[in-house]
Design a protein. Sequence first.
Length: 497
Amino acid sequence: MRFPLLEPRELVRVEERARSTIAQSLMLRAGRATAEVARRMAQDSGAAILVVSGPGNNGGDGWCAAAALRETFHRVVVFDVKGTQPKAQEAREAKADFMQRGGETVREWPRGLRPALVIDGLLGIGLARDVDADLAQVIAHMNEAACPVLAIDVPSGLDSATGRVRGVAVVATRTLTFIAGKPGLHTLDGPDHCGLVECDALGCEALVAQVAQGALIEPQDVAPWLPRRKRNTHKGTYGSVGIVGGNRGMVGAALLAGRAALLAGAGKVRLGLLSSDAPAADAAQPELMLGTVDDALQMDVLVGGPGAGRSPSATSVSMFERTVMPALVASSKPLVLDADGLNTLAFNGSLAHDVSLRKAPTILTPHPAEAGRLLERSTADVQADRVSAALDLARRFKASVVVKGAGSVCAFRDGTWSVNATGNPGLASAGNGDVLSGLVGALLAQGLEPARALQYAVCLHGAAGDACVARGVGPVGLTALDVAHEARMLINAWTGR
């Protein structure tokens, strides 16, 4: 992957090694990189650049950026929030240089200033608690500024590891992060606060590659994984998908998954519908084969759970829970579990244990509430650290897992993980999870290994939603079927049709 992501412990290891292998300090490099981006953003308006400098290393980066900007004769004003001497030697020297060059400092928010740009150097990646009231007021001023905001490393108030807002956070126009990306910039609340994210590795690329277990997935990363189709092929070349679900009142979920699998290129798709009054055919998609659960179980790849339903009480067990789920889990075929397939695992410890023993690949696609049930945690706990939750699920079930949501997190049993960069709020609508499960099944059927099939499907699903919005379909009112049809167009574009 071209954009690695580091968890805090990995970042510490890289920084420790960098001190002994890189001649110029990382802080000086970060300051100069910030100054370069600031010059582009401020353009040549003649208005001042306001640097908000906090007491820690993030503020040190701010002082270094301010000094570098003064070297090119920009008017720079530093809001020295605490007024204390910077801790780092490089920052102290940068502050002295800034002052010697005639730089301006203030100790309160400069209400009369109309800056061309605000640089947020208030709080960095070391934030471990909610922002206190005084600093929250500074953040409020930055958010109210009538100009672009450039965040240094991470918007102040955002947890860089998890994407949680610690009480209040800067909403940046652009975030320049250093050494490598951080997961919190791309998941949970991160995408709503970071703006455009850039990364400057500060010369640490080789060190990052040695330790990084995570990455950002974007269309250009996954597109090459599915090869261009040869002429001398037939439907069997592209595999078959069996989808089991669609109980009474929820047949549409299974139909959506089936249609998505067809549109994503599976050679054949058969539905095993659970409803006693299920239709005999899908009039809108007659290529789908509708039949029994036993019919679906004969396919190459199995998808279980879309619209399956669960028993209304803890004392009764549905046919899906009693006989169908055990048959799915016992199969020797790749298995994708979604929706009530996941809920059944959460309430059946024996079946969950059997999933962890499967020899064939297993892929789980929970939303945060389903992930919480599987882990016996609250939804809030899952959302508080989405990467950790996804990795815990992958280890527990020995499966490939995606925890869906803003910045969907994929995790794998070997400890690697990724965060998806595509998608928008229009995907928060009924049926999109069913479409995703169908996409995963189709990509498995076409021969992608499980980790790639999952990441390709997640990235494709989000990119399809983005493409719909780009042409005016959504985000409000974007439907799952809109996304499925757009996904077909993108797959053909990505494979060079």
